[in-house]
Design a binder for this molecule. Structure first.
Ligand SMILES: [Zn+2]
Length: 85
């Protein structure tokens, strides 16, 4: 039995998408694309070892780098900002 994957952007379950999908919807895919095309800045984040290990495990589960996971979880899909979902 395969493990249910979670969307890298909103953490919802990914269903009815390609097996290599990292997002649950076109909205989340677009949000992720916008992020990857924005100019980078560098920030320092302090987290516990426990938090790091959980983030690393989550990132490994979906095959992304830990910074990609943190970035994706920090944004909302474009159409959910300020609207009713
Ligand atoms: Zn999503």
């Amino acid at each position: 039995m395969s493990k249910v994957k979670s969307c890298i952007v909103c953490s919802k379950s990914i269903t009815n998408r390609r097996c290599d999908a990292k997002t649950c919807s076109n909205s989340c895919r677009t949000a992720l694309w916008r992020l990857s095309n924005a100019g980078p800045i560098s920030i320092k984040v302090v987290i516990s070892t426990l938090q790091y290990n959980q983030l690393k495990a989550d990132a490994d589960d979906i095959g992304v780098l830990i910074n990609q996971l943190i970035i994706a979880r920090s944004i909302k899909p474009f159409n959910s900002i300020g609207g009713s979902v």
